[in-house]
Design a protein around this ligand. Structure first.
Ligand SMILES: [Zn+2]
Length: 434
């Protein structure tokens, strides 16, 4: 009988690491950097910089790490968010890492633009194709492409000993790929013995003014269209759904979208995998070159990238002369520099600063509020979660009807039984037989 050991994730959000073993074979689903201590407290930064089993950052998985004799047959990544892949640098190089092409591209892009401590290096990887089962020892594994704020995210079906285990990974049903969840609900996988389902939003994350990504796009469009002056928007450069929403909203409002080199490179690179993504020929995207992004491209990619993008380059003077037409999606520091020049000519005219990310970042970093205070801009939140709300969690669990439902990636596992059937709580590090 297969055994599941949640090494981390039964009681916390982030740092996911789940083992499934059968007949002496062992596989690991996700090796995430934790976002919090196991009791929910904040993690001291020196621990994160020097992860070890002793300090609790590396989950105690025998045979997974560089300093151990390898005993793990494969590691699978559900998607390219740090809290699911951030410990990859520490695993033994002989253990193959299976991931989607999109996840690999996002990690590679991070290696160009992220600070040194967030760069990930691994050579022993293999791509999986979605919906194409493949075998490792006694396991049959199938990736299901899912709707999530990370591009090319998967849920993973693991079959062994005539048992079916479904790991939801992180998912949602209100993004640009919502139909992937709809399809799974309409044509469910039958006879699921155990589902490990995320519950990030349970006990807190509610819809806040916007129902889905289309709603966000329309909200952005309305604000862009009504602004009498320049527009500012802050969003994660790795949240592709959101970049597409900003792109479409800007286009519909007849304005110009100004991206930094990093964000433009993300889109340009992922377009190789998904041709419908922007940029499109002769579209309304311009690029504002920022010193450290330029240096990163020269150092880790090649100068030619800069030449290739040159026709889209925009200078400060053009932004200033056409301020009303401009939607800036840039780091706050760059927006601040530009705004200081702008107000030399004329103060901002009732400008809204659109904050289009997880609201928790507002408390972590006060530079968004500081920016608004300095330039008398109104901060407006336009956002939906990257994670499923209760209605989608219920749809998935009703459709798959697992015999056992184990909460993961949640701070509210105890509340699962209020909403779902067959809930079983497990403890981190304790084996559970299916
Ligand atoms: Zn995620």
């Amino acid at each position: 009988m297969p055994q599941i050991i949640i090494h981390r994730g039964a009681h916390t959000i982030g740092g996911s690491c789940i083992e499934i073993n059968s007949n002496g074979y062992r596989i690991i689903l996700d090796v995430g950097m934790p976002l919090m201590e196991r009791d929910g407290a904040e993690i001291a930064s020196d621990k994160l910089e020097n992860p070890s089993i002793e300090n609790g950052i590396l989950p105690d998985v025998k045979g997974l790490y560089k300093h151990q004799t390898p005993e793990i047959d494969a590691v699978f990544l559900s998607h390219a968010h740090m809290d699911h892949y951030g410990l990859l640098n520490y695993i033994h190089p002989s253990i193959p890492v299976y991931l989607s092409k999109g996840s690999h591209a996002l990690i590679a892009i991070g290696n160009v633009f992220y600070p040194e401590k967030n760069k990930i290096f691994f050579d022993n990887y293999k791509f999986f194709d979605h919906w194409q089962p493949f075998e490792i020892g006694p396991f049959k594994i199938t990736s299901y492409l899912m709707d999530h704020s990370a591009f090319d995210a998967s849920s993973l079906l693991v079959e062994a000993d005539n048992k079916k285990i479904f790991y939801s990974g992180d998912f949602r049903g209100h993004g640009r790929k919502a139909k992937l969840l709809d399809r799974l609900v309409k044509y469910p996988i039958k006879d699921i013995d155990c589902m490990l389902m995320e519950g990030t939003t349970i006990g807190g994350g509610h819809k806040d003014g916007f129902d889905d990504e289309t709603d966000v796009e329309n909200g952005l469009r309305d604000i862009f269209a009504s602004q009498k002056d320049i527009s500012f928007v802050s969003a994660a450069g790795s949240n592709i759904d959101r970049l597409v929403s900003i792109y479409r909203a800007t286009k519909k409002s007849g304005k110009t979208l100004v991206l930094d080199l990093y964000t433009y490179y993300v889109l340009d690179r992922l377009k190789e995998l998904s041709n419908s993504l922007p940029p499109h020929k002769d579209d309304h995207i311009r690029i504002y070159y920022i010193g450290n992004h330029t240096r990163n491209i020269v150092e880790y990619l090649e100068k030619e990238v800069l030449y290739k993008y040159k026709s889209r380059k925009i200078e400060l003077s053009e932004i200033i002369n056409n301020r009303k037409e401009m939607v800036l999606k840039l780091p706050v520091s760059a927006m601040r520099r530009i705004t200081k020049e702008l107000i030399e000519n004329k103060p901002l005219d009732q400008v809204k600063f659109i904050f289009s990310m997880w609201p928790g970042y507002l408390e972590k970093d006060n530079y968004y509020f500081n920016f608004c205070k300095e330039f008398d801009a109104e901060l407006v939140k336009v956002h939906v979660s990257g994670h499923a709300y209760l209605d989608s969690l219920k749809s998935l669990s009703h459709a798959l009807k697992p015999k056992i439902l184990i909460p993961v990636h949640t701070l509210s596992g105890d509340d699962f039984s209020k909403h779902f059937e067959n809930v079983v709580r497990v403890t981190d590090g304790v084996a559970f037989e299916i």
